[in-house]
Ligand binder design. Sequence first.
Ligand code: FES
Length: 152
Amino acid sequence: MTDEPKDHAPASTGPSRRDLLESALGAGAAVWAAGIAVPTGMYLWPAAASGPTKKYIEVDPASMPPGTGRVVSEGGKPVLLLRQKNGEFRALSAVCTHLGCIVHWNADQQQIQCPCHAGTFTPEGAVVSGPPPRPLASYPTQMVAGKLRITI
Ligand code: FES
């Protein structure tokens, strides 16, 4: 007869405590990584998150008699559209190069004016007077199917 001690512990039928703990830590790490990666991706690629935006503005040319100007915009990008007396169009950024106020066309004086600090520009966008440090940027225009298209 042998007097060997018998192991009375029940036989293991499932995952050990160690396996469960490792699984829980792995799942927690995955959730933590996703919590960092998703906002970072949305910050780096916001256009993909918000969808496509138009890259042009279309205007009916008949709505602008020669010698007039008005601000049009798309996607928060204001453009000053001028129709010269010869009928040609010119599209300029409507954002003043000084501190970013929206400029407007003064038909009586035939110049672009900024209401904030009295900056003035020629119809071509060059600085005439005031604090603006640079001319207004210009955008290309073309006629497409009877509409004036400003590429922004
Ligand atoms: S913002 Fe236009 S002149 Fe200052």
